[in-house]
Structures are given as C-alpha cells and as structure tokens.
Design a protein around this ligand. Structure first.
Ligand SMILES: C[S@@+](CC[C@H](N)C(=O)[O-])C[C@H]1O[C@@H](n2cnc3c(N)ncnc32)[C@H](O)[C@@H]1O
Length: 214
C-alpha cells in the first residue's frame, strides 16, 4: 500500500471531525461555486469522505465521486446521498471509469498535492468533459507548500501520518492544463493569517471539444 493510501486509511475515521482550516476553506470555496454547477453532470476526482459531494448533489443533475481510498469512500457512503450520486473506487493513475464527453464539470479538491505528475489528471479531465466544460482545482496554496505546510494527520496517540506530498507551483498547473485544451478563466486565493491558504483555479475546455495533443 502506498504511503498516501496508508495515511488515508487511518485519517478517514477522523477526516471530517479534526480541526483542519484547509479542509474548511476548500469547503467554503466549493459552496461559493455551487450556483455554477446547477443542473450539471459533475465528476469529483478525489471525493474523499464526501465533504463537498453533499453540496454538489444538492444542485447537480448527477455526481460521480471517484477516490483511490476505500476507507475514505466508505465514510462518504455513510452520508445520506441521493440516488443521482455514484461513488466509485479508482486505482491510482488508472483511467476514470466514465465515458468521454459525458461531464459538464470536474472538481479536484486537495488531491493534486498527492500526485507527482499532473498531466494524467488533466488528460482525463479533458477526455470526460464536454466542450466548454469546467475543471475546478482547489489546492493548498504554493506559498504555504514552500513554507513547509503539507497534508498530515496526528492521531490520538500523537503519531503523525503523512501522505506523499509533491510541490506544484501556479505555473505547473497552467503548463499541465494547456496541452489538453484548457484555458485558465478564473483564479481565487482565499487566505487567512495574512497569507493565501488556497489556490482555486477555474479552467474551461476549448469550445470545439478537440484535444490539441491528439
Ligand atoms: C485531502 S483528501 C480531500 C478529499 C476531498 N476532496 C475533500 O476536499 O475533502 C485527498 C483525497 O485524495 C485521494 N487521492 C489521493 N491520490 C489520489 C489518486 N491518485 N487518485 C484518486 N484519489 C486520490 C485520497 O484518497 C483522499 O481521499
């Protein structure tokens, strides 16, 4: 089992209840986006315990939550989720089990920190999105990463659990997105303690739906 999978197996039981300002800032950012997701078919990559899934489900036509951690997915399944929500395990690096050009929105919250190579995620997002579809990415701000912050969890015995973490700068996201036909349309940097906490980016797929790297 990878370090990330091991960490989330332990973290899953506590993820929703331990203090976590980054989780909470991301939740607030996703709630602000809900009006943009009304009536959409939405894929949530790395849905975790379903913290954001509930809100997405309240406005979207369908929600497809994918995650590599069975433990995190089992916590999501404990929520009362409507029938148009589908939660599915996806192996790390595997193609998403979703038809091409079948989604209007893809969201990725606090996941890319755990993924070393970004292109596969953008390639899959471009494949599953319809023309002019939106990809929303919300990650711990690169400034915080450079200052040493990283996802971690301290259990009741005081033991620290750390998933694998990789640093990605703003330009890394933009450079990884461009070859797949994404245009960066919106950026938000919600912060606290006089520092940005999150980098939230809205990418839109080009209108003709063609993949420029084909
Ligand atoms: C910090 S949690 C965020 C969960 C949720 N998006 C949220 O904001 O509450 C990160 C999630 O990403 C998942 N994850 C990490 N690497 C992944 C990968 N390569 N494929 C799918 N899921 C992954 C983990 O299992 C975990 O559930």
């Amino acid at each position: 089992m990878s370090k990330t999978a091991t960490a989330y197996t332990v973290w899953a039981q506590h993820y929703d209840c331990v203090p976590n300002p980054t989780r909470d800032a991301d939740h607030a950012a996703m709630l602000r986006l809900l009006p943009r997701m009304a009536g959409c078919d939405l894929l949530e990559f790395g849905c975790g315990t379903g913290k954001n899934t509930v809100g997405f489900a309240s406005v979207a036509r369908s929600v497809w939550g994918l995650d590599a951690s069975e433990a995190m997915l089992s916590m999501a399944r404990r929520r009362t989720l409507p029938a148009h929500v589908h939660l599915t395990h996806v192996a790390v690096g595997a193609p998403w089990p979703t038809m091409s050009a079948s989604m209007d929105v893809v969201t990725v919250s606090l996941v890319l920190e755990h993924i070393e190579s970004l292109p596969q995620v953008f390639a899959e997002a471009a494949r599953v999105l319809r023309p002019k579809g939106w990809l929303w990415i919300s990650e711990l701000h690169p400034i915080r990463q450079w200052q040493g912050s990283r996802a971690h969890f301290i259990d009741s015995t005081g033991r620290r659990h750390e998933p694998d973490c990789y640093q990605h700068g703003f330009s890394d996201y933009v450079d990884a997105a461009r070859p797949w036909g994404f245009h960066l349309q919106e950026v938000e940097e919600p912060g606290d303690a006089e520092r940005p906490r999150l980098l939230v980016m809205g990418f839109q797929l080009r209108p003709d739906g063609t993949n420029p790297v084909d």
